[in-house]
Design a protein around this ligand. Structure first.
Ligand code: SAM
Ligand code: SF4
Ligand code: SF4
Length: 352
């Protein structure tokens, strides 16, 4: 009954939107483009090193959408309601020439925001090029400032210094403020959460603590490893007093809190304990051209073949409309009542 009520509310909230809408009335707004399935890290919660070893076969180059193909699909999607573009991966900076893709996307009509999520390891080489190409904002992932904890979490033994150097280069290139994604996992980095908040508070960047999610089937996720957003806020509030901030737009996934001393804010993304499916306006494009309407989707719809076999823009538009208008995803709202495990796409494949 409660779920039905939520659905009705969702339809109501979006009735004035011009964008294509799904079964529950949710408009399409955000496009996440995963440009590669490869990564230079092996974060335990995303691409565990024991599975993604030397012999793991990533997508061959011919299977990846070319920059021209990505641009074409994006241009079509911008007409269907898309406004915000985010480049992700895998690690977007390991895709050769990604700054050229940014430059072309930045020229398209209709994109109000072009951003990238990166582990920052390669940012010193790319930050200025990305800024010059027209990237507007950048999100860096950093789970802990404790070297030992971070080395374990990224699975490759990279120290915190390398990421901080990436953040510094982004600052120098003029990205400000920078958002920092930090996944919180019980027994792994809980004791370093307040330090992370403190460090970025001093520097004027916004940390967004993310509840550890059951994305994919490979990370061995268990509910008791989730540090809830509520716990995170309590932990930080005890040392650095916080107060809630109203969200600035519908569909904002982070619950925002500002420091009471006026020195900035944090966000908490409670995708497990307070799902926001009712406001989910995201479509995800995988590196080989599959469209996913949910981060926890089982199967995408391939558009590479139509793109490569002469489909017109109208044909592609029809395929995309059919996918979005049939969309009924609300995995996070259903998680608690699910009795059987579901096969899900992996995070490194479609990006966060
Ligand atoms: N490689 C880039 C990076 O790490 O920033 C972009 C891709 S990564 C998949 C995007 C975001 O997803 C990162 O901030 C990462 O921490 C987050 N992420 C990956 N697996 C996750 C999980 N199981 N639960 C919560 N967040 C996750
Ligand atoms: Fe790579 Fe990002 Fe996944 Fe870590 S979270 S393994 S950096 S794709
Ligand atoms: Fe969107 Fe799926 Fe996440 Fe719900 S579970 S917020 S529908 S991506």
């Amino acid at each position: 009954m409660a779920a039905e009520h939520n659905e009705i509310m969702t339809v109501f909230k979006y009735q004035n939107s011009k964008a294509m809408r799904d079964v529950f009335g949710r408009p399409f707004r955000d496009l996440r483009i995963s440009v590669t399935d490869r990564c230079n890290f092996r974060c335990t919660y995303c691409m565990p090193a024991e599975i993604f070893g030397e012999r793991y076969e990533f997508l061959p180059k011919k299977d990846l959408l070319s920059f021209e193909e990505i641009t074409r699909v994006t241009r079509i999607l911008l007409k269907l309601g898309g406004m915000k573009l985010r480049l992700t991966g895998g690690e977007p900076l390991v895709r050769n020439g990604v700054e050229h893709l940014v430059a072309v996307l930045a020229e398209l009509d209709g994109a109000s925001d072009i951003t990238m999520t990166t582990n920052a390891y390669l940012l010193p080489k790319f930050a200025q090029k990305l800024k010059d190409a027209g990237l507007q904002r950048i999100t860096v992932s950093l789970d802990s400032l404790d070297d030992e904890v971070f080395k374990k979490m990224n699975g490759r033994g990279f120290g915190v210094k390398s990421v901080l150097a990436g953040i510094e280069s982004a600052e120098q290139a003029g990205f400000s403020p920078i958002k920092v994604n930090s996944v919180a996992i019980r027994g792994v980095n809980d004791h370093t959460i307040v330090d992370t908040a403190h460090y970025f508070k001093e520097r004027g960047h916004i940390v967004r603590f993310i509840e550890y999610m059951d994305v994919g089937n490979l990370n061995g996720w268990k509910m008791d490893q989730v540090i809830t957003a509520e716990e995170i806020v309590e932990m930080i509030n005890r040392e650095l007093p916080l107060e809630p901030v109203e969200s600035t737009y519908r569909g904002e996934v982070a619950n925002r809190y500002r420091y009471r001393d006026g020195s900035g804010e944090i966000g908490v993304i409670a995708s497990v304990t307070k799902p926001f499916c009712g406001d989910c306006t995201r479509l995800r494009l995988s590196p080989e051209g599959e469209l996913f309407t949910c981060l926890f989707g089982t199967k995408g719809t391939g558009i590479r073949e139509p793109l490569r076999s002469g489909a017109s823009d109208d044909d592609i538009e029809t395929i995309i409309r059919n996918i979005w208008t049939a969309r009924t995803d609300r995995y996070s709202e259903e998680r608690a009542s699910m009795t059987k495990p579901r096969r899900k796409v992996e995070m490194y494949h479609i990006g966060g």
